[in-house]
Ligand binder design. Structure first.
Ligand code: FNR
Length: 341
């Protein structure tokens, strides 16, 4: 990776186009249907203006924060994304090493193409596990217990995918896993048709000791139900615009969810986070931390573990600059007053 040319997260995507197969690039880059939500995730962040405060002491910027018992040096996590071996031959192995060097939490997708055991072996930072609940509940339970036994520190249950979205672009690229790439912990497609409801969430909560987060909340009433169900956190997400097209940008959904949750449980957010200013805006509007999806895939494609580390380091560095330039030396001092109204 040429550091003189790869300066921001958008540069990684441009470079990745030439490094990935068309099928893999289309899989990562595309969203559902007409991709309105993919664009809105970015446009809504761009449309928010900042309101800096001058002459505060920003000589020491502290991006550290704590989340579900973990001390994070900065509030950015790796979102769960499937099939890393189609992005880079070292797959999730490289992602885990990249996360380790960057000191970031890596949320491993249940559609990992590398066994969880191998990922756990190379990880030097906490791992979280993401699960798609299958119709076979014994299978689901065994998988969660396996992740827990391997030391995964939290469970993210994806709740926004009762069926997969209208993925026209992905289908046109004839998406399929190449020979030799498989998902050792998951069978079937993204979603299955058996009912999956709040009862199943109660059931999972009853047997796992890991903190449980629901990933894919956009509706503040659902956020309230998540708190009532005893969840340890929620992830405000529209799946990067890959499921239901024309749902709002996550940054637009965040304030009302944050108001409803009122700090009872941590709120994470993902969707379109590409700049340090985006992280700052999400925190100002109520997120405790953010996750990044596509940029990690592109970083992985461009430079394996090093690419993943670089994506995170660039974003962290940009966050520090955004904090200094808005007069916020700590994460706790980033409040709604940093948003221009
Ligand atoms: C995803 N996402 C996802 N989410 C999940 O819960 N399980 C999964 O296996 C996947 N797989 C996946 C693959 C790829 C290629 C992408 C791009 C995304 C959604 C992901 O966790 C996250 O919500 C979004 O990617 C966040 O938006 P950005 O950062 O990609 O804009």
């Amino acid at each position: 990776i040429d550091s003189s040319q790869i300066l921001n997260l958008f540069d990684f995507e441009k470079l990745a186009v030439g490094k990935m197969t068309t099928m893999a690039y289309e899989y990562v880059a595309s969203g559902a249907a007409d991709e309105f939500t993919v664009r809105w995730n970015r446009q809504a962040l761009d449309a928010i203006k900042l309101n800096p405060t001058v002459l505060t002491d920003v000589s020491q910027i502290d991006t550290s924060t704590s989340l579900l018992g973990l001390d994070l040096p900065y509030p950015i996590l790796i979102a769960p994304t499937a099939y890393h071996k189609i992005m880079h031959p070292e797959g999730e192995h490289a992602t885990a090493r990249g996360a380790g060097s960057a000191k970031a939490v890596y949320v491993v997708s249940s559609f990992t193409t590398t066994p969880l055991e191998e990922i756990a072996k190379v990880a030097t930072q906490p791992l979280w596990f993401q699960i798609y609940v299958r119709d076979d509940r014994d299978f689901t339970k065994a998988l969660i217990q396996q992740a827990e036994a391997l030391g995964f520190r939290a469970l993210c249950i994806t709740v926004d995918t009762p069926v997969a979205g209208v993925r026209n672009r992905q289908d046109k690229a004839l998406f399929g896993l190449p020979d030799g790439v498989n998902t050792p912990h998951m069978y079937g497609g993204l979603a299955e048709k058996k009912p999956f409801t709040w009862k199943d969430i109660d059931w999972i909560k009853s047997f796992t000791k890991m903190p449980v987060l629901l990933k894919g909340i956009l509706n503040s009433d659902d956020a309230e139900k998540a708190v009532a169900a005893g969840m340890d956190g929620i992830i405000v997400s529209n799946h990067g615009g890959r499921n239901l097209d024309t749902v709002p940008a996550t940054i637009e959904a965040l304030p009302r969810i944050s108001e409803k949750v009122n700090k009872r449980i941590p709120i994470l957010m993902d969707g379109g986070i590409r700049r340090g200013t985006d992280v700052l805006k999400a925190i100002a509007l109520g997120a405790n931390a953010v996750l990044v999806g596509k940029p990690i895939c592109f970083g992985l494609a461009c430079g394996g573990a090093e690419g993943v580390t670089k994506v995170l380091e660039i974003l962290k560095n940009e966050l520090e600059l955004a904090m200094a330039l808005t007069g916020r030396a700590t994460i706790a001092s980033i409040d709604p007053s940093v948003i221009w109204k």
